[in-house]
Design a protein around this ligand. Structure first.
Ligand code: NDP
Length: 264
């Protein structure tokens, strides 16, 4: 597969959120050729049909990997609970060499508004519940499911964004959510020094989320900037960015908790 060393991540148990499309789907495809037979993968998102098809396609190509899926809304307590239950049923944690928890699911929120338009606390609560709280609760619950032991390397990935460290007009919720998530995972890195924590910023991707950025961003300059990136072919293919993320994990040369960008 594109010159990648085969099975180089060893026996892996992996949970990917937001796996139904975009970067998460590409991460699933890029991960499989890098893991050993006996590895297991749990795909989580809301869209059952997309997860089912992806799981079937992966199983056809990689029959030696156990691929399971859970259709769950991570913006709800029940959704998080069902994702954790899916991970418990996945098994494999006792024999795996690595556990990989990839917090990829995310949403832009209302990007057609300015800061001063946000007056409804419930709207914010809903946004942060999915984009921040669920990433914390899911990760902490999964770390309890996959307890540390000698010979097991645990990795937690936070799919981040430039918006975590730079303000963008019209993106109040998105920037705040990404910044909060990143700090949250930096605390994990400080507390649990045996866990490798990575905040990966995938770059501007050529996918559904970018289309929303181009069409809905309230600030005209920013909208134009992303439209021009699309026009001039500067958006990044999801599989290319997914590959880069797995290369970073595999090379293991980052400081735990750090923000690593696609362009680094
Ligand atoms: P997409 O919008 O293409 O995919 C988002 C994924 O999250 C989908 O699989 C979606 O599945 C899932 N999702 C959305 N809401 C929920 C929910 N409530 N519960 C469970 N799953 C949910 O986005 P990307 O692939 O681009 O985004 C992946 C990550 O990359 C995000 O964290 C994003 O912020 C980040 N990122 C993206 C950039 C870009 O240019 N696209 C740039 C920088 C960072 P479903 O609808 O089936 O639930």
């Amino acid at each position: 597969m594109d010159g990648e060393p085969s099975c180089s991540l060893g026996t892996v148990v992996c949970v990917i959120t937001g796996a139904s499309r975009g970067l998460g789907r590409s991460l699933a495809w890029e991960l499989c050729p890098r893991v050993m037979p006996g590895s297991a993968l749990l795909l989580v998102a809301r869209t059952e049909q997309a997860l089912r098809v992806l799981a079937e396609e992966l199983t056809l190509q990689y029959p030696e990997i156990r691929v399971r899926w859970v259709a769950a809304d991570l913006g709800t307590e029940d959704g998080v609970r069902r994702a954790v239950q899916g991970a418990q049923e996945l098994n494999g944690g006792d024999t795996a060499q690595r556990v990989l928890i990839i917090n990829n699911a995310g949403s832009l929120g209302d990007i057609d508004k300015s800061f001063v338009d946000f007056t409804d606390p419930l709207e914010m609560d809903r946004y942060f519940s999915f984009n921040v709280s669920s990433a914390l609760c899911l990760t902490s619950s999964l770390l309890k499911v996959f307890q540390g032991r000698p010979g097991l390397q645990r990795h937690v990935v936070n799919v981040s964004s430039l918006a975590a460290i730079q303000p963008f007009k019209s993106w109040t919720l998105y920037c705040a959510g990404k910044a909060a998530r990143e700090m949250m995972f930096r605390v994990l890195a400080e507390e649990e020094t045996d866990i490798r924590v990575l905040s990966y910023s995938p770059g501007p991707l050529d996918n559904d989320m970018q289309e929303e950025v181009r069409t809905k961003t309230k600030d005209p300059e920013l909208r134009l900037q992303f439209a021009n990136m699309k026009k001039s072919g500067k958006l990044i293919d999801c599989r290319v960015s997914a590959r880069k993320m797995l290369d970073v994990l595999q090379a293991d040369a980052y400081k735990s908790g750090d923000h690593v960008d696609f362009y680094d």
